[in-house]
Design a protein. Structure first.
Length: 138
């Protein structure tokens, strides 16, 4: 039997403590085991942004078990789609990969009230990406 490979998504930003963690959290919650999710940073922070953790919990997604992690070569090479979020020239290029840059406000240093609109935009984009990746070809 020939099983189709699950799509692999890499959410990539500098500190891997806010935007990429929100995106990965939504993707895991919405797609379950239909996709493989990677999340990394080019210069990871020490801890997740507490405002990000709080606003994700408000929508029922617990990311307290996640930690900022460094981007690995395997993450980049294994991914079908690489979503970059504010890492600019520090994001490595893996030939043959599809790149999409999401211009999103950095939640670093922002209050939960300021992070909620960022969270909502991340959710909207993740939903659209998953719809695209998981919809049967027409």
């Amino acid at each position: 039997m020939n099983e189709k490979k699950k799509p692999e998504i890499l959410f990539l930003c500098v500190h891997n403590a806010g935007r990429s963690q929100m995106a990965a959290g939504f993707a895991r919650a919405l797609a379950g085991d239909k996709v493989v999710i990677h999340s990394g940073g080019t210069d990871p922070g020490e801890t997740l942004n507490p405002s990000v953790v709080q606003v994700m919990a408000e929508v029922g997604i617990d990311i307290t078990d996640q930690k900022p992690q460094v981007l690995t070569e395997a993450m980049g090479l294994d991914s079908d789609v690489i979503i970059t979020m504010g890492c600019g020239d520090t994001c490595p290029v893996y030939p043959g990969k599809r790149y999409v840059d999401w211009e999103l406000v950095d939640p670093a240093g922002k209050s939960p009230d300021e992070v909620r609109p960022i969270r909502d935009e991340v959710q909207r984009r993740v939903v659209a990406l998953l719809d695209e990746l998981l919809s049967p070809p027409s």
